[in-house]
Design a protein around this ligand. Structure first.
Ligand code: HEM
Length: 391
């Protein structure tokens, strides 16, 4: 029997810039064990597609589970049929026909304008903190009916994300995650009491009406707050950065809804804000010729497969005219993002309002702020984005 491939990496360097390591793994060890992460990394498109298509061999109910520890049992820590029931309850309010549809059409453009009003006369802004994050936090709060200030919601998102991606068991990240989980749990319990007395058109109210238990609502809303805020915020930052870094991509965007859509999809493919789908083998499985034991924790690396040279032509290039089929930024299988419609609309509304209002005022990256740095393996986006325009 051949020895399974093992690769060592420096977690800090990997967190800062995973792409070179992932490219090397795709070329030389597409299924390999990484002791520093306690995971097998799977980096080629076909192999991750196989994992996603075979939940009977690759379960989402992993043991241990960073996600369950950080949030409580939720839809992303179980398989069908329990998973199917939760999707049916939690999905509809997040779509065009549910509460999200009304929020996107009526409330998000106003939210975007209100935020832009706070800095439009300054002629300069750090966009991530002043716009992308509060917009994303407020948007999900509006859909859920959470009624909490965006900065508080963002703070919960940060704490939960720190612990979800805590592959190295850093106690400080666990502490941040625990604090966010408990505080959000208490706030949600109070809000659900109110909504039981006075139901409304919010997603939380719909979840109660659909028969979800308190514990199910609290854990799954924690999941939404962790993945459903960070990611659209990263998406907004990535799209704005791409457009300002390559101004030729902005040509013809003004009135062209389809072109915006293609551009956003391409940016999501190029940078895949969510790094992995993590599963566990239920039995010994051979993947790409590598024998995985039962119980192996396997991370299908979405960011890698969206850059897989055997699947994409010149994958590193953002090309809105690309027509090579769907990308994997929202995943491929049963756990494919339940908020993908909402996430895409948030990115579209936030970016379009920003360019509609500032695009003809010499909007540009601030050259004095240094190059834009992307950061993160599990969650990836610009840490900060300094912009300037004519006030
Ligand atoms: C650009 C924005 C977004 C990206 C890139 C993204 C990405 C993803 C990915 C890759 C997954 C699969 C994870 C896995 O299988 O392990 C996922 C699942 C999920 N996402 Fe998103 N997401 C985004 C926005 C949102 C929003 C706005 C929500 C709001 C509710 C949300 C809620 C969820 C939930 C609850 C799941 C778990 C689904 C399940 O287990 O069936 N996401 N997302």
């Amino acid at each position: 029997m051949t020895r399974p491939p093992v690769r060592h990496l420096d977690p800090e360097a990997f967190e800062a810039d995973p792409e070179p390591v992932l490219a090397e793994l795709r070329a030389t060890a597409p299924v390999c064990h990484v002791p520093e992460l306690g995971l097998w990394l799977v980096t080629r498109w076909d192999d991750v597609a196989h994992i996603e298509a075979h939940p009977e061999d690759f379960t989402a109910a992993t043991e241990p589970s960073w996600l369950r520890r950080a949030l409580g049992p939720n839809m992303l820590t179980c398989d069908p049929p329990a998973h199917t029931r939760l999707r049916e309850i939690f999905g509809p309010p997040l779509t065009a026909g549910g509460r999200a549809g009304t929020v996107v059409a009526e409330e998000l453009p106003v939210l975007a304008d209100d935020l832009i009003d706070t800095f439009v006369d300054e002629g300069a802004v750090e966009l991530v903190d002043a716009y992308a994050r509060p917009f994303s936090a407020a948007a999900l709060s509006l859909v859920l009916g959470l009624d909490e200030p965006p900065e508080r919601v963002w703070h919960w998102c940060e704490g939960l994300c720190a612990d979800i991606a805590n592959f190295t068991d850093d106690p400080e990240r666990t502490r941040l995650g625990d604090a966010a989980r408990d505080e959000l749990g208490e706030v949600l319990a109070r809000r659900l009491d109110e909504l039981e007395r006075r139901p409304d058109d919010s997603a939380l109210s719909a979840y109660l009406a659909a028969g979800a238990s308190r514990a199910e609502i609290i854990a799954n809303v924690r999941l939404m707050i962790s993945g459903g805020i960070n990611e659209p915020a990263d998406g907004i930052g990535l799209v704005v950065w791409t457009l300002l870094d390559r101004p030729e991509l902005a040509a013809g965007l003004d009135e062209d809804h389809r072109r915006w859509r293609h551009l956003i999809e391409e940016v999501l493919r190029r940078h895949s804000p969510v790094g992995t789908v993590t599963r566990q083998t239920t039995r010994p499985v051979t993947l790409a010729g590598v024998d995985l034991p039962a119980g192996a924790l396997v991370a299908g690396v979405l960011r890698s497969i969206d850059l897989d040279e055997s699947h994409w032509h010149r994958p590193e290039l953002v090309d809105p005219d690309r027509r090579e089929g769907p990308h994997a930024a929202f995943a491929l299988g049963a756990h494919r993002c339940i908020g993908e419609w909402l996430g895409r609309q948030e990115i579209r509304v936030a970016c379009r309002r920003l360019f509609d209002r500032l695009g003809d005022r010499d909007l540009a990256l601030d050259p004095t702020a240094g190059p834009v740095e992307l950061h993160g393996f599990e969650f990836r986006g610009p840490r900060s984005l300094h912009l300037r325009w004519s006030p």
